[in-house]
Structures are given as structure tokens and as C-alpha cells.
Design a protein around this ligand. Structure first.
Ligand code: NDP
Length: 307
């Protein structure tokens, strides 16, 4: 099978390249090769690559601050990219697709915790990321439309917070883990005390990008037998405060203080029951160990890391 992966230069795309199995022909593309905002470029991408399956990872992605300050771009670019990819995938008769949504697009006040796959469009998303959330939700709805009207097999994957090497370590635009790693690195170099605002009871689920990439490969291998339209990929929930202490341990000597300030949603617990029922032998890499590896990678690649 020929598999086209958009977002091939991003964090998840880079890990997918590493774990991709050799029985398939994988083609990873970047925005320089094909700007997915441009419909002509997307049409050309499908006509020249002729894939049997699309894995659509490309997106405008960011942490809470980027989501709050760039709502117009987050909505516009993601809606246009997703629509272009879906429209031309179907037009070029691409039968299979895996499309990346996110657990952070689930309702802010769900009827119950943990949230399950079917709750993705249930209620209002949190106001801090509603633009990104609605764009992703529309992609989920449109995948189902193509399945129902055109007989396609387009399914969504909803990962929790992803972390790993090759992340975006920007202090403002990055997600919580890479932004914290960067802040600790700066504090280590400057000797200044780090003040970190967070909610004492804020909880999140995290997954190492390589674990997510492995799930995607398993989905590819089993695509004909999978019957769901959305799959939550999440690990156990942890307190953000505990993650801060773990990251601090990667930067011995840095003085830091956590101050109480809830900036986003306190928790968005999602169930991984369907994931574990589908792939019962699935295991997750140890977060403490992988945080250390991500910190080491960032320090060693500081000059070239995305920041
Ligand atoms: P990255 O920010 O690391 O990578 C984004 C990718 O999208 C890059 O390869 C980039 O290409 C590509 N891209 C952006 N704009 C365009 C465009 N106009 N045309 C073509 N390609 C474009 O993202 P991640 O790897 O972290 O995320 C992968 C997927 O997972 C995304 O769909 C994201 O929404 C989802 N997700 C991410 C989470 C996270 O915590 N990171 C959590 C949950 C879901 P280039 O580098 O060439 O510009």
C-alpha cells in the first residue's frame, strides 16, 4: 500500500518516519513540497503521489497562548487545509485515511468523565482553544460524511498532549512540556529563579510521540478490520505540578517556584478503553525517562531546535 503522510516534517511525522514498516511505500511531505492551503498544490500532490491511504498530520498547532492569540489563523488554516485534503483525497479515489484530531477539542464541560470517542462534538470546547477545536471537529464530521456518502474509510485519531524530541520549544507558542523545558534551560543558563503559574490540581494526559506513531502503524496494519470512526490515544492522567518537578529534575540547580494560577481547563480526562481493547498488548514508554531524553535532546540541539 502507498501511504502519503502530510506534516511529515513535524514532531509526530518525524517519529512516524522512524517506526514506519517496510512492507508499505511511505511518502512524507512538508509544507515546502505542498502548501496544503493551496487547493492546486493539494490536487497536484494527490495526482503525482497516487496514494492508497492518507495520514493527515499537518496542522497549525500550538499551546494555550498560541491558541488564544491566533484564533483567526488557527481556524482558517486548519479548516482550509483539512477541507482541501479531504476533498482531493476523495476526488483522487483514496479509499483509506487517518486524520489527526485531538482530545483538547472535546467539550469543556462534558456530561461525564472520562470522555469517550463519541463525545468529541458534544458540547462547547474550552474558550481558550475553540478556534482550533471547531476546525478539528469539522474534519471529524466531514470524515463521517465521506464514509457515509462515498463509502470511504476515513477515521480520526484523537491524541492527548504529545511530547518528544523535534517538538516546538517556543516559549509562547509551544505546548506545556516543550515550553517548560525551554524555560528551565534559560533559567539554568541565566541563574535566575523560575516562576511557574499553574493550577495545583490541573491534570493532563501525555503521550510520547513515538508511542502515538506506533499506534498509527498498528492502525495501518489493521485498517480493514477497524470499525470505529475516532480513536482516543491517551495514557494515564498526571498532575501538571508533578510534570514540572520531573522536568526540574532534568535541570539540577535551577531555582523554581510554582504559583497558583489556572490558565486553561483544569482537566480533560479521556478514556483509552477503546484503544486498549483494540490493541491489548500496547505499552507506553515511561514518561519520566522520556522527559529526560527530550530534555537532553533539546539541550544538545539548542541551536537548531524549533523555538
Ligand atoms: P508540528 O507542529 O510538529 O508539525 C506540523 C506539521 O504541519 C509540519 O510538518 C508542517 O510542515 C505541517 N504544516 C503546517 N502548515 C502547513 C501547510 N500550510 N501546508 C503543509 N503542511 C503544513 O505538529 P505535531 O507533529 O505536534 O502534530 C501532528 C498532529 O497531531 C496535528 O494534526 C496536531 O493537530 C495533532 N495533535 C498534536 C498535539 C500536540 O500536543 N502536539 C496534541 C493532539 C493532537 P512544515 O514543517 O514543512 O512547515
Amino acid at each position: 500500500m502507498k501511504i502519503l503522510v502530510t506534516g511529515g516534517t513535524g514532531m509526530v511525522g518525524t517519529y512516524l518516519k522512524k517506526v514506519a514498516t517496510c512492507e508499505h511505500d511511505w511518502v512524507f511531505v512538508s509544507s515546502k513540497m505542498y502548501d496544503l492551503i493551496n487547493p492546486d498544490a493539494v490536487d497536484e500532490m494527490f495526482s503525482s503521489i497516487k496514494p492508497d491511504m492518507i495520514i493527515h498530520l499537518a496542522a497549525v498547532v500550538g499551546g494555550i497562548y498560541k491558541n488564544m492569540k491566533e484564533k483567526v489563523k488557527m481556524f482558517h488554516d486548519n479548516v482550509i487545509m483539512n477541507e482541501n485534503v479531504l476533498h482531493f483525497a476523495n476526488k483522487h479515489n483514496v479509499q483509506y485515511g487517518i486524520f489527526c484530531v485531538s482530545t483538547c477539542v472535546f467539550p469543556a464541560n462534558p456530561k461525564a468523565f472520562p470522555m469517550t470517542e463519541d463525545m468529541i462534538v458534544d458540547g462547547l470546547p474550552h474558550s481558550s482553544n475553540d478556534a482550533y477545536a471547531y476546525a478539528k471537529r469539522m474534519m471529524y464530521v466531514q470524515c463521517k460524511n465521506y464514509n457515509n456518502e462515498c463509502g470511504r474509510k476515513y477515521m480520526c485519531v484523537a491524541p492527548c498532549n504529545i511530547y518528544g524530541k523535534y517538538d516546538n520549544y517556543n516559549l509562547v507558542d509551544g505546548h506545556v512540556v516543550p515550553a517548560l523545558l525551554h524555560k528551565f534551560y534559560i533559567a539554568l543558563k541565566s541563574g535566575e529563579k523560575l516562576i511557574i503559574p499553574t493550577g495545583a490540581n490541573s491534570m493532563r494526559q501525555f503521550i510520547y510521540a513515538k508511542d502515538l506513531a506506533k499506534v498509527m502503524v498498528r492502525m495501518v496494519e489493521n485498517i480493514d478490520t477497524l470499525t470505529f470512526d475516532n480513536l482516543i490515544v491517551a495514557n494515564d492522567e498526571v498532575r501538571i505540578v508533578d510534570i514540572i518537578h520531573q522536568i526540574a529534575a532534568c535541570f539540577p540547580g535551577v531555582q523554581y517556584e510554582i504559583i497558583e494560577k489556572e490558565e486553561g481547563i483544569a482537566k480533560k480526562t479521556c478514556s483509552n478503553r477503546l484503544l486498549m481493547e483494540t490493541f491489548p498488548d500496547l505499552t507506553f514508554l515511561d514518561m519520566n525517562h522520556k522527559l529526560k531524553k527530550s530534555a537532553e535532546w533539546f539541550v544538545n540541539n539548542y541551536e537548531t531546535a524549533r523555538k
